[in-house]
Design a protein around this ligand. Structure first.
Ligand code: UD1
Ligand code: CA
Length: 454
């Protein structure tokens, strides 16, 4: 057990003020469910074991947490002290320091926690607490010190007198505990009326009574300790994290024309020298290569854009664009759309579950779904793959070098051979051979007579 760090994440609060059918700690911040932020910190700190305290309604939280931590259930919400006690079965005897975090405080920096833990390890007090200096109390408890500057108590705002209310050092609710002392004393926390809760903050007074020291780390940045209780707090946390993500990518060599209107999830990767234009959202498991140009007005979700890719005012979902391919303005790539290297897709195109091989061009107003398109195919304006017969989806195959005239309807299943040409306005209901020319409604191959070969 020596020198092991355990983490408890308190997340059983009701979250009533969110007015949501979704558990509060599952609401995402920069695309990551809130509770995963402290869990990620716990992992980065090398903590083991890690426990998440959830309420009876925490099944969805437990599913998300999965193997990352043990979930302990607080059946009745009886306060922060009682919540931490529920983690005892998972943590007691398995670590020498317990770091207590909240599931609804996602903006806390890893560096701050690393500092807190290292101060605690160095000084070995009963408690090292995180405090913040702020003129705005945010409803937080006050840290009360004696004339020597030693921490004597934490007083909740609701019960503080005028003198205590005037204190500007606030309790963030984040603590490192000497584990052995913690588990010996946590059950001695008194019950506090009127809600009959057990306040974790009362551990400070118990430490003082035991002649044990309470140390502290004080920060000045209130944006690190946004406790999310309602959607306004959620938006505030989102703003803070979004700015941090944007700053990260700018320092990594990505140009953001306007960080204020650039929305990048924490899960996204972006290559150097890429330029992101305003009003762009990059979401989920998205990867953007180097030297790409994205936006303005792009939404890219769970997609890959290769080096030198170009996405102008378009929407990509679970799609892939290889190197130097382009889309937009007003293109839509739906799941399993894959544009090969150098593919050009212009205005008002839609591609779904289809591969367009390198060099293919689809300039204007087309829909290609459930299709395989070879290299260097020209897809004329307004071409449609009629992939759905009302019951099933069917495949369209177009061979390399084919030329599809404007306004062609390809009624799937259908195959157009390599190098074939389809006349404008054709409705193609039968396969067209390699190199053939077909046209009309329904499209028929041109008969090759000796007269034609003049
Ligand atoms: C607590 C502190 C306060 C501090 C503030 C900082 C206490 C008594 N007070 O205030 O000094 O300034 O945090 O944010 O600790 N939770 C449970 N089960 C419960 C109650 C709470 O799991 O029965 C969890 C909540 O989900 C939340 C965290 O504990 O993640 C804090 O609860 P909250 O009610 O926000 O704390 P406060 O009492 O406002
Ligand atoms: Ca709170």
């Amino acid at each position: 057990m020596a020198e092991r760090l355990g983490v408890a994440i308190l997340a059983a609060g009701q979250g009533t003020r969110m007015r949501s059918d979704t558990n509060k700690v599952l609401h995402p911040v920069c695309g990551v469910p809130m509770v995963l932020w402290p869990l990620e910190h716990a992992r980065a700190l090398g903590a083991d074991p890690v426990a998440v305290v959830i309420g009876n309604d925490g099944d969805a939280v437990q599913d998300l947490v999965g193997e990352r931590a043990v979930c302990a259930i607080q059946a009745e919400r009886k306060g922060t002290g009682h919540a931490l006690l529920q983690a005892a079965a998972s943590l007691q005897g398995r670590c020498d320091v317990v770091l207590c975090l909240y599931g609804d405080m996602p903006t806390l920096r890893l560096e701050t926690l690393q500092h807190l833990v290292s101060v605690h390890r160095e000084l070995r007090p009963a408690i090292t607490l995180l405090s913040v200096r702020s003129a705005d109390s945010m409803g937080f408890g006050r840290v009360v010190r004696d004339e020597d500057g030693c921490i004597r108590a934490i007083v909740e705002e609701a019960v503080a007198d005028a003198e205590v209310l005037s204190l500007t050092e606030l309790n963030c609710g984040v603590y490192c505990f000497d584990a052995e002392w913690l588990w010996g004393r946590l059950t001695d926390v008194p019950v506090t009326p009127p809600k009959n809760e057990y306040y974790l903050t009362d551990m400070v007074a118990l430490a003082t009574a035991d002649g044990r020291r309470v140390s502290s780390v004080t920060i000045d940045d209130v944006s690190e300790v946004i406790g999310i209780n309602n959607r306004m707090h959620l938006a505030a946390a989102e703003r803070v994290m979004r700015q941090r993500v944007c700053e990260h990518w700018m320092l990594e060599g990505v140009t953001l024309m306007d960080p204020a209107t650039t929305y990048i999830d924490a899960t996204v990767q972006i290559g150097q020298d890429t330029v992101i234009y305003p009003n762009t959202a990059l979401e989920g498991q998205t990867v953007i290569g180097r030297n790409a140009r994205i936006g303005p007005n792009a939404l890219i979700r769970d997609s890959v854009v290769g080096d030198r890719g170009f996405v102008l005012a378009s929407v990509l979902e679970e799609a892939r664009m290889d190197e130097a391919s382009e889309i937009g303005p007003f293109g839509h790539l739906r799941p399993k759309a894959h544009l090969g290297e150098g593919v050009h897709m212009g205005n008002f195109g839609e591609v779904k579950d289809a591969y367009l091989a390198p060099g293919t061009k689809m300039g204007h107003f087309s829909y290609v779904g459930n299709a395989r398109v070879g290299e260097d195919v020209n897809i004329g304006a307004g071409t449609i793959t009629c992939n759905y017969d009302g019951i099933l989806k069917h495949t369209t195959t177009i061979g390399a070098g084919a030329f599809i005239g404007s306004g062609t309807m390809l009624v799937a299943p259908v195959r157009v051979g390599p190098g074939a040409r389809i006349g404008a306005g054709s409705v193609v209901t039968h396969d067209v051979d390699e190199g053939a020319l077909a046209y009309g409604v329904p499209a028929r191959p041109r008969k090759v007579s000796s007269a034609d070969e003049r």
